[in-house]
Design a protein around this ligand. Structure first.
Ligand code: NAP
Ligand code: GDP
Length: 339
């Protein structure tokens, strides 16, 4: 049995990339960790099983649209800290899920804040905000003071979440922090995102399982960081004396072209022989150039990224290569490929 003094945390979206890494991080810190999942959850909780922590966390079924289920999840966990990570996260299909984005990614934040007000206003709250709040344009690099300019329903829903958390902080004194995180990636990243799409395809191409890789906008630029480092910043925000909002970024920009080049190079291949582009994968409203300024997080939280672009790409490609090689040897292990 955990001691009375054991800290308790509730993670919404524990089945996702960040949720799984955060659960592992908090378990290592001695927290008792609970998490919410939805009925249609990521198959077999593969990320939690991959990190070998499925048996160490308590799971409760609670969709973001279901207020009473969220209330029950908080009541049964009695957390001192809630990390709200659940959301519809793939902005590439944002316009196809516009209403759902508002209902869950947006209003889900208010439901959680209202539940906190009812159960214990002393619960600290982390809101997973996003670089997408800024949209295109504006002064670069982006800081916490740069005006927002969302360009798709995902970003608008995230902006709503950011503001409502801020309003509950100001009006009701809730310890609510928003982490405005730039793209962060890992071997646990979903296959629909460009980094993992590339690392997975490079692994398959290098083993002769795939002939080519089709991508969209090769000129798009992103500031890509390493997810396990980024989740530490979430915890740091909730350990401060005062709640605040922080940009979390590497401050480095790279193009999708550079990403493909580095990924193929890691496997000893020339990217130009395998990559082709398809207009259908170009986004009508893509955000092309987003560079962050993480100095507030550095000054106040002591947070600095260690893993930069080249190392991140190597980690991801080597991981997917290893998975496909193990798979070829007949090994069974949790991952998101359905053979
Ligand atoms: P992810 O891997 O896609 O995980 C999203 C999680 O949300 C999953 O656990 C998913 O559950 C859950 N979810 C989705 N809709 C839900 C609903 N209606 N009710 C309950 N749960 C729901 O995303 P991530 O990369 O870990 O990102 C974590 C958070 O950070 C998200 O809020 C995301 O928008 C934000 N963020 C991420 C990045 C990034 O680069 N990764 C950057 C900025 C902000 P299922 O398993 O059922 O699908
Ligand atoms: P996002 O920043 O959350 O949209 O993350 P993504 O990984 O989905 O996309 C990052 C950038 O890569 C965007 O500018 C996309 O337009 C670009 N991109 C180019 N080709 C692809 C592709 O095949 N898939 C995805 N997901 N993005 C691509």
């Amino acid at each position: 049995m955990p001691a009375e003094t054991t800290k308790r945390a509730l993670i919404t979206g524990i089945t996702g990339q960040d949720g799984a890494y955060l659960a592992q991080f908090l378990l290592d810190k001695g927290y008792r960790v609970s998490g919410t999942y939805r009925k249609s959850a990521t198959p077999d909780f593969w990320r939690l099983r991959y990190l070998n922590i499925l048996e160490k966390v308590t799971l409760t079924c609670a969709d973001l649209a279901d207020f009473s289920a969220l209330l029950e999840a908080i009541k049964s966990c009695q957390p001192q800290e809630i990390y709200h990570l659940a959301a519809l996260t793939f902005s590439g299909t944002a316009f196809e899920h516009a209403v759902d984005a508002g209902e869950t990614t947006g209003l889900g934040v208010t439901r959680l804040l209202e539940a906190i007000m009812k159960i214990d206003p002393g619960i600290k709250f982390y809101q997973a905000s996003s670089i997408e709040l800024y949209g295109e344009g504006g002064t670069q690099p982006l800081s916490e003071d740069t005006p927002f300019n969302p360009v798709n329903p995902y970003a608008v829903a995230k902006l709503y979440g950011y503001w409502i958390a801020r309003i509950y902080r100001q009006k009701h004194g809730i310890f609510a922090c928003s982490g405005i995180l730039f793209n962060h990636e890992s071997p646990l990243r979903g296959l629909n995102f460009v980094t993992r799409k590339i690392s997975n395809s490079v692994a398959r191409i290098s083993l002769g399982l795939q002939d080519e890789l089709t991508l969209g906008n090769l000129d798009a630029k992103r500031d890509w960081g390493y997810a396990p480092e980024y989740i530490r910043s979430m915890w740091l925000m909730l350990q401060q004396d005062k709640p605040d909002d922080y940009i979390i970024a590497t401050n480095e920009l790279h193009t999708v072209r550079e990403l493909a080049e580095k990924a193929f190079e890691t496997a000893g291949l020339d990217w130009q022989k395998y990559v082709r582009t398809d207009e259908k994968l170009m986004r009508s409203t893509d955000v092309n150039f987003l560079q962050g300024d993480n100095s507030k997080a550095g000054d106040n939280l002591g947070w600095q990224p260690q893993v930069k672009f080249n190392q991140l790409v190597e980690i991801m490609v080597k991981h997917d290569l290893d998975r496909w090689q193990r798979h070829a040897r007949g090994e069974a292990f949790p991952w998101d490929i359905q053979p």
